[in-house]
Design a protein around this ligand. Structure first.
Ligand SMILES: Nc1nc2c(ncn2[C@@H]2O[C@H](COP(=O)(O)OP(=O)(O)OP(=O)(O)O)[C@@H](O)[C@H]2O)c(=O)[nH]1
Ligand SMILES: [Mg+2]
Length: 312
C-alpha cells in the first residue's frame, strides 16, 4: 500500500511516514499535501497549553480515550520544542499515553524541532492536515505554555484550552496577561488536590474583569489522574466549537491558517529564488564590495531584488 492510499484509509503506519516527510521537508510530503488537501477540513483541532507539569499529557490521554470510546477517531500531536527528536513520545508521556495509544482509533505523535522546516507552527499545521485526511475527526495538540513555546497555539488550533493546576492561582496575577487572553476554555486540573476551588475562583474573577465579546470562557475542574470531569471538558470544547461555527469565526480562523500556510510557502520560494540570485557569478564581486565596506548589505539586497524583478 502506498503512503497516500494508506493515509486516506487511516493506516497509522502511513500516517507516521507522512508526518515524518513533512517534518523533514521531504518533497514527497509536499506532493502528498497537494494530493490530499481536498480530503481535509473535517476534523476539529483543539490546542491544550499550560505550564509544565499541569497535567496536559495526562488530560490529553484521558480526552483521547473518552472521545475514542464515543466512536471518534482521535489524533494527538504532542509538541515538544525542547526535544531534538521526533517520531516518538518523550518517556514520561509515553508511559502515560501508552495504554491509550494502543486503542485502534487513537494515534499519538510527538514532534520536536528536528527538521521542522518552516518552523514548528507550520509543521504542526501540516501534520494536522495529514491526520485530518486520515479520518481523525478530533485532533488534540499539546504545547507548553504561552511564551515558553515556539508554537503559537492560535495559529494551529481552533479552540485553545489552558490547563492549570491548584496552587498556580497565586501566580495568576503575576502571570503574563497572554495566557489569560488566549484561553477559550480554562481547565483546572488536579481537582483531587486541595486548592482547586480557590484557583478556579481566581481564574473566574480575572476572566470577569477582562473584556469578552460573544464568548465567555468557562472554567472547568477535572482530575485527569482520577479520570473525573472529562465529560465536562468535552462539553465545554463542543460548546466553543458550536460558538465558533455559528458566529462565523471558525471560517475566519481557517482563512487565517490558510494565509499562514501560503505565507510560509511564499517565504520559502522567495528565499530559494534570492539564493539563486546570490549564487550568480557577477554577484560575487558585489559581495566583495560589501565585505570591503565599499557598499552596505542593504544596498546590495535592493539591487538584487530589483534585478530579479526586471528579469520576470
Ligand atoms: N494529583 C493529580 N496529579 C496529576 C493529575 N494529572 C496529572 N497529574 C500528575 O502531574 C504530573 C505531570 O503530569 P503531565 O501530564 O506529565 O503534565 P504536563 O503538563 O503534560 O507536563 P509537561 O509535558 O512536562 O509540561 C504527573 O506526575 C501526573 O501524574 C491529576 O488530575 N491529579
Ligand atoms: Mg506533557
Amino acid at each position: 500500500m502506498d503512503v497516500r492510499s494508506g493515509l486516506l484509509a487511516g493506516d497509522k503506519r502511513s500516517v507516521a511516514r507522512a508526518v515524518t516527510w513533512v517534518e523533514n521537508g521531504d518533497p514527497r510530503g509536499v506532493q502528498l499535501i497537494r494530493d490530499i488537501y481536498h480530503d481535509t477540513g473535517r476534523s476539529y483541532i483543539v490546542g491544550l497549553t499550560g505550564s509544565p507539569g499541569a497535567g496536559k499529557s495526562t488530560l490529553v490521554a484521558r480526552l483521547a480515550a473518552f472521545l475514542a470510546t464515543q466512536g471518534h477517531k482521535v489524533g494527538v500531536i504532542a509538541v515538544d520544542p525542547s526535544s531534538p527528536f521526533s517520531g516518538g513520545a518523550i518517556l514520561g508521556d509515553r508511559v502515560r499515553m501508552f495504554d491509550v495509544s494502543l486503542m485502534q482509533n487513537v494515534y499519538i505523535r510527538s514532534m520536536g524541532t528536528r527538521g521542522a522546516m518552516g518552523g514548528l507552527n507550520r509543521t504542526t499545521r501540516m501534520a494536522a492536515r495529514l491526520l485530518d485526511a486520515a479520518g481523525f475527526d478530533w485532533i488534540l495538540i499539546e504545547t507548553v505554555g504561552a511564551g515558553q513555546s515556539e508554537v503559537d497555539v492560535h495559529d494551529v488550533a481552533y479552540t485553545t484550552a489552558v490547563v492549570m493546576a491548584p496552587g498556580m492561582g497565586d501566580d495568576i496575577q503575576a502571570m503574563k496577561a497572554g495566557i489569560m487572553e488566549i484561553g477559550d476554555v480554562f481547565i483546572i486540573n488536579k481537582a483531587d488536590r486541595e486548592g482547586a476551588d480557590r484557583t478556579a475562583n481566581q481564574v473566574e474573577s480575572i476572566l470577569q474583569l477582562s473584556m469578552h465579546t460573544g464568548w465567555n470562557p468557562p472554567v472547568v475542574k477535572v482530575s485527569a489522574e482520577q479520570n473525573m470531569g472529562i465529560d465536562a471538558v468535552v462539553a465545554a470544547l463542543e460548546r466553543h466549537r458550536a460558538y465558533l461555527t455559528e458566529s462565523g469565526r471558525l471560517a475566519a480562523l481557517k482563512v487565517h491558517m490558510a494565509r499562514l500556510d501560503v505565507l510560509e510557502i511564499l517565504k520559502a520560494r522567495l528565499a530559494d529564488e534570492m539564493k539563486e540570485q546570490l549564487d550568480q557569478p557577477e554577484v560575487q564581486a558585489e559581495l566583495e564590495k560589501v565585505a570591503n565596506k565599499e557598499t552596505d548589505p542593504y544596498s546590495l539586497a535592493d539591487a538584487i531584488v530589483e534585478r530579479s524583478w526586471r528579469h520576470r
